[in-house]
Every structure is written in C-alpha cells, then in structure tokens.
Design a binder for this molecule. Sequence first.
Ligand code: NAD
Ligand code: DAU
Length: 352
Amino acid sequence: MGGSILVTGGCGFIGSNFVQQLLARQPACRVVNLDALTYAGNPNNLAALEGDPRYRFVHGDICDGEGVGRLFGEESIHAVVHFAAESHVDRSIAGPAEFVRTNVSGTFALLEAARRAWAGSGQGRFLHVSTDEVYGSLGETGYFTEKTPYDPRSPYSASKAASDHLARAYHHTYGLPVLVTNCSNNYGPYQFPEKLIPLIFNNALHGRDLPVYGDGKNVRDWLYVEDHCDALLTVLERGVVGETYNIGGNNEKPNIEIVETICGLLDRLAPPLATGAARRSLIRFVKDRPGHDRRYAIDAGKIRDRLAWAPAVTFEEGIEKAVRWYLDHPEWLVGVLDGSYRTYYEAMYGDR
Ligand code: NAD
Ligand code: DAU
C-alpha cells in the first residue's frame, strides 16, 4: 500500500503502536500524523521516527475543518485511519462537552475534508476506529456482533456511537469509502495510566491503594494492542468498503482478576513492598462508576471468517509483556504524569 496515510491521534496509545507497526511492516509507506497533543497525546512515543522522511507530525485539531482540508491539499492522502478521540469513560462522566466536540464534531470535520478531497476520484479509504461500548452492556451470556443494536450508555460511548453513525451515513449518502471497526478493551505499551491496567500497575508498584469499582465483577474482553493494530491493517488492506468489523481477543475477565494478576506479576518481577506485604493486600473496593456497564464480550467471527484475522497474543503472554514494558520504561510513566495529575477517582471522591 503506497502513498500517504493520514493517521489522526497517532501520539496516543493505540495510534502510536499503529504508526510503528505500519512503518515496520510497509517500509514504502508514508504517514502524516495529525494530533492535537491533549493530555493523552505524547509525541515522545514516536521520537524514534523524528527525521525519518516517511513520517510527518502535524500539531493540529481534527475539529479545525480548514486546517484538515489544507492538509489534504498538501499531501497526497490515499487513506485515513481515524483514532483521535477523547477516550476515557470516567472523564466523559466528569466533563462530557469535550467528548461531543472531539468525537462528534471532529469526526464530522474529518469526514467532510475527505469527501471534498476524494470527490469523484474513486480514491481513498477511511477507516473509522471505534469501540464495542456503542453496543451497551451484556448480561451473563451472549456476545456483541456487528448486528447488535446500538445502546450506548456513557457520554463517551454515546459520542463514539454518533461518530459511527456519521461515518456510515457518509458512505451511504456520498459514497465515501468508509470502513468501521468496533474493538474491545486494549492493553499494552504507551497506555495512559488512567486506564485500569497501567493505573493498577503504577499504584501497585509504589505500594498505593488499588481502587476496584463496585464489586470488581464487571467483565471486559481484553486484546493486546499489537493485535488490534494488526486487525486494523487487515481491515485497511482487505476490508470491504461500507462494512463494519468487530475486533476482540476472546479474553473475558472480571476486573478483580486483572488486578490480582498484575499484583502477582509485580510480586514476582519487581522489588518487594517496604512492608513485605503481598500487593493484593492493597486492593480497595470503592464506590462504583455511575452507569457502569456490566459486561462486554466480542464475537469476532466476521473478521476471522472473511478476512482471516486472529489474535496472536494470549492474555497470559500479553499481560506479562505489558507489565515488563512498564517496568522497563519507568521514565515513560513519570513523563506523562505531571504534578497536576489526579485519577478520576481521587478527583471525584478524594483518596479513598
Ligand atoms: P488515547 O486517549 O490514548 O489517544 C487519543 C489521541 O487523540 C491522543 O494522542 C490525543 O492527543 C489525540 N486527540 C484528542 N483530541 C484530538 C483532536 N481534537 N484533534 C487531534 N487529536 C486529538 O486513545 P486510545 O486509547 O489510543 O484510543 C484511540 C481510538 O481507539 C479512540 O477513537 C477510541 O475510541 C478507540 N478505541 C480505544 C480502545 C481502548 O481500549 N483504548 C478500544 C476500542 C476503541
Ligand atoms: O471497550 C473498549 C473501551 O475500553 C474503549 O472504547 C475505551 O476507550 C477504553 O477506555 C476502555 O473503556 P473501559 O471503561 O472499559 O476502560 P477502563 O480502563 O477505564 O476500565 C476498565 C474496567 O475497570 C471498567 O469496568 C472500570 C474498571 N476500573 C477502572 C479504573 C480506572 C476500576 O475498577 N478501577 C479503576 O481505577
């Protein structure tokens, strides 16, 4: 796949993993990374690409339609992979406005720019990266398929659902070559430590309380981030325009099990706590997230059967790789956590 690919949000967690994987696998490819560098965007994630003629970083906002339009004029963009978003559910509960601005208006501005740039050319592929949270919450059984009706229940998932609808409408109405993916929970290198796995890692490493919302039995379906990026490349290359693909790793786990696994890995791989206590003694069951979805589980049969994609990393391998990556890159966590950083939980309820 030659030409320039516009990646939005390439300095975030999944975006920076994706840009690295794309350039490693397709050396002839050129990437233009448009990122506003919010609290979640860290240009150091891609520092190794500085000076590489295949890579251009543009500091800009996807909501700036004129700026995005200029970028399409300057670069010969054959494909868009759209990651840029406000991504954290707890933040959307505390302040939903930014989620509507970026996720809805920003996606709209990007779709418009692509429509104008590619009009009548028969060119382009617009991969809209979305989430399984648009489908709502499952009971004890069942899976999300591509046909599951949308039922978003947080401001974050509602804003992502709106953006999915806009992306599909642009395909239906204007023939824009849109592909949509809905993926389950990712984990791995470069994830901001407001999300469960790096937050628990950081607190457990330093002997701080480990906040588990509610009864700890909410279930998420975990996928190693490199597997998600591999699936996105598969959809970008071979997906059928106008189609939606669910992506997941078939790794359902209750939150408490994730937290206990990280504690066990750190007890084995990191220096012991000063108290000598096992890290699981730091677990605290705290007030639940408002509207907390109970269970997510993805049926990834369509992408498996039609595009021959399957995840390569088991949860046991992936979680140890992730913990080792964070242990090996202490400077990364320090760098993203400035003095003003407080977890959602601390900000809303104090330390306990
Ligand atoms: P992230 O929060 O780590 O990164 C978001 C990036 O977008 C940051 O680099 C940020 O600076 C940039 N950004 C935010 N607002 C912007 C704007 N207005 N203009 C330009 N750039 C802007 O997010 P993530 O976890 O990497 O998620 C990436 C995408 O994947 C999101 O669309 C998210 O909904 C989706 N997704 C995430 C997961 C997950 O588990 N993290 C799972 C499924 C889907
Ligand atoms: O399902 C895909 C989604 O996964 C993505 O679309 C989102 O961008 C991503 O943030 C993620 O959303 P979650 O809300 O599932 O992820 P989070 O890491 O915030 O929480 C995972 C689970 O852990 C959830 O049930 C809430 C719980 N939790 C979270 C935190 C931060 C805790 O129990 N304690 C915590 O401190």
